[in-house]
Design a protein. Structure first.
Length: 474
C-alpha cells in the first residue's frame, strides 16, 4: 500500500515533529506549509546583530519524555546545553530568586507577605466556606490563600489575559499554575535543598542558536528523510474532500507563485479558529459562530539592543505587579552562555495585549520608551541608550479560558472530529496551554495513530485524554 499523503499546516514543534516522524517511520509522505521564513512558530528564533533571539522566553524542560529527549539530543548533539535556571521575581518591591530558594525567601521575602501566607496555610487546615464557583480567582484563593492570590497571581492574571480573574475559568489556574497548592509550593522550595532535589530540578536545556534550533533541526531531518518542507508558503483556502476517496485540496501561495496541493489527510497545527474560517464551504454556521467565542491573547515582544556586555546576570525577570506593564524580561545571551557577541546584549520584554488595541497600535519607539520606564520603575534603569529598538507581534500568544469557553470549544472539536481525515492538534490546534515538549509529544502521538495507511481515531481519542492533563512547566 502506498504511503498516504499528509499535508501539515504550521511549522511549529507539533508540525515539524510530525513531518519528521512520518518520514522516519514511513507512515506517510508529509508536505508541510509554514508561512513564516523560519520554523518553530512562537517557539522559533531569529538572528539580529550577531545574536540569536527567541519569541519570548523559552526553555526545554527536564520533564520532556525520554524518547523525545533522546531524539533532540541526537539531532542537536553538542549544541544542546544543560543550563542552571537563574531568574528572579519582583514581588512587593523586592527581588526573589526564581526558582524559589529557602535561604533567599528567608532573607528577602516581604515580611507582611510571609506572615499572610503562613496565616493562609494554617487557615486552609481549618473548616470553612467552600470556594465560590470554579473561576481562576476562586481556585487560586482556595488552594494558595488570599495573600498569594492578591499580591501575585490575580494581578499577574489580569496582565496575562486582560480579564478580571472572576471571568476566567478555574481550568486556566489548573493548567497554568504548576505550584497550585501549598503542598506543591513547599515541594518546589525544597527541590532546591540538597537531599530533596529531584533530577533536573533548577535546570533546563537550551540550544546555542536559540530555542528555535530544536524545530529547525526536526525540519532539516524531515527534509533529509524525504518530507516536502515549504517555508514561506501560506495557506489561503481549504477545500474539503468532495467524497469518501476524494483528496483534501489546499490552496497555498508564496513569493514564487501559488499552487493547489492535494493529500489524503490534513493535519493542522494552526489555531483551530483559523482552520474553521479557512474552509471554502461546508462549515456549519454554528461552528463559525463558536469560533468567534474562542479567544486568544495577543502579545508584543519588545527588543532593546544595548552596547554593554551584560544587562544583569539573570536569564529572566518576572513582574506580577499591576504597576509594571510588561510581564517578563529575558536576556537571551544569558540563556546560551556563549558570551557572543562581545560588547552588546539584547533584552526581550513580553507585553500582553489585545489584537488591535491601543497598545498593539503603538510604534516601536513608543514601546521602547514604555519598556525603559517600566524597568526604571523597578530599579533597573537602562545603563545606556538603546542602539536599536524593534518588535515582534504574536496575534495568538495564549488561549483565554473565559467562563463557559468549554461549550464553543467543544462544538469546534466535534466539528473537527466529524470531518473525515482531518486532525487538529498541537498547542494552537487544541487551544491548550503547554510547553514545547508537550507539542512534540502530540506530534509523536499523532504519528503513532497512523498505521497501515489509516488513522486510528479511537487511539487518538485516548491520547487526547492524556494531553488534556498537561500543566505548563514554569
Amino acid at each position: 500500500m502506498a504511503e498516504p499523503r499528509v499535508l501539515i499546516l504550521g511549522g511549529g514543534p507539533a508540525g515539524v515533529g510530525a513531518a519528521r516522524e512520518l518520514a522516519r517511520r514511513g507512515h506517510g509522505h508529509a508536505t508541510l506549509l509554514e508561512a513564516a521564513a523560519h520554523y518553530g512558530g512562537n517557539a522559533g528564533s531569529f538572528e539580529f546583530g550577531g545574536q540569536w533571539l527567541d519569541y519570548g522566553s523559552h526553555r526545554l524542560h527536564p520533564a520532556t519524555d525520554p524518547a523525545i529527549m533522546a531524539d533532540i539530543r541526537a539531532l542537536l548533539g553538542a549544541d544542546l546545553k544543560d543550563r542552571p535556571r537563574h531568574g528572579r521575581i519582583r514581588l512587593l518591591g523586592k527581588w526573589i530568586h526564581f526558582p524559589l530558594k529557602p535561604v533567599d525567601l528567608l532573607l528577602r521575602l516581604d515580611k507582611r507577605f510571609a506572615v499572610g501566607t503562613l496565616r493562609d496555610m494554617v487557615a486552609k487546615k481549618l473548616p470553612g466556606r467552600a470556594s465560590d464557583g470554579d473561576t481562576f480567582e476562586s481556585v487560586i484563593r482556595a488552594n494558595l490563600g488570599s495573600t498569594i492570590a492578591e499580591e501575585f497571581y490575580l494581578p499577574y492574571a489580569v496582565k496575562l489575559w486582560g480579564r478580571d480573574p472572576k471571568e476566567l475559568s478555574g481550568v486556566q489556574a489548573r493548567k497554568r499554575v504548576a505550584a497550585g497548592s501549598f503542598g506543591k509550593l513547599v515541594r518546589k522550595v525544597l527541590s532546591a535543598v540538597p537531599g530533596f532535589k529531584p533530577p533536573g530540578a533548577g535546570r533546563f536545556f537550551y540550544p546555542v542558536r536559540g530555542f528555535g534550533q530544536i524545530s529547525e533541526a526536526y525540519a532539516a531531518d524531515a527534509a533529509r528523510l524525504g518530507a516536502d518542507m515549504r517555508l514561506g508558503w501560506r495557506m489561503t483556502r481549504i477545500e474539503m474532500p468532495a467524497g469518501e476517496r476524494a483528496p483534501w485540496r489546499v490552496h497555498a501561495a508564496s513569493a514564487s507563485g501559488s499552487e493547489v496541493l492535494e493529500a489524503e489527510y490534513l493535519w493542522s497545527t494552526i489555531p483551530v479558529t483559523l482552520l474553521a474560517r479557512a474552509m471554502a464551504s461546508g462549515v456549519p454556521a454554528e461552528v463559525l459562530a463558536a469560533a468567534e467565542r474562542v479567544t486568544y491573547r495577543s502579545m508584543i515582544l519588545i527588543y532593546l539592543q544595548l552596547s554593554v556586555e551584560q544587562f544583569t546576570e539573570y536569564d529572566a525577570h518576572y513582574f506580577p505587579g499591576a504597576n509594571t506593564r510588561i510581564t517578563r524580561l529575558s536576556e537571551p545571551k544569558n540563556y546560551s552562555a556563549l558570551g557572543r557577541p562581545k560588547g552588546t546584549t539584547i533584552l526581550c520584554a513580553e507585553l500582553p495585549c489585545a489584537l488591535g488595541d491601543d497598545v498593539w497600535s503603538m510604534s516601536d519607539a513608543e514601546l521602547g520608551r514604555l519598556l525603559a520606564d517600566d524597568l526604571a520603575g523597578c530599579g533597573l534603569p537602562l545603563p545606556v541608550q538603546p542602539t536599536a529598538v524593534f518588535t515582534r507581534r504574536l496575534p495568538q500568544a495564549y488561549p483565554i479560558y473565559l467562563m463557559g469557553y468549554e461549550e464553543p470549544l467543544a462544538r469546534l472539536e466535534r466539528w473537527v472530529e466529524s470531518v473525515p481525515r482531518l486532525l487538529s492538534y498541537g498547542r494552537q490546534g487544541l487551544f491548550q496551554h503547554d510547553n514545547t515538549h508537550h507539542a512534540l509529544a502530540m506530534a509523536y502521538g499523532a504519528v503513532d495513530c497512523m498505521q497501515s495507511g489509516a488513522f486510528d481515531a479511537a487511539r487518538w481519542s485516548e491520547l487526547r485524554k492524556v494531553y488534556a492533563k498537561h500543566v505548563v512547566e514554569d
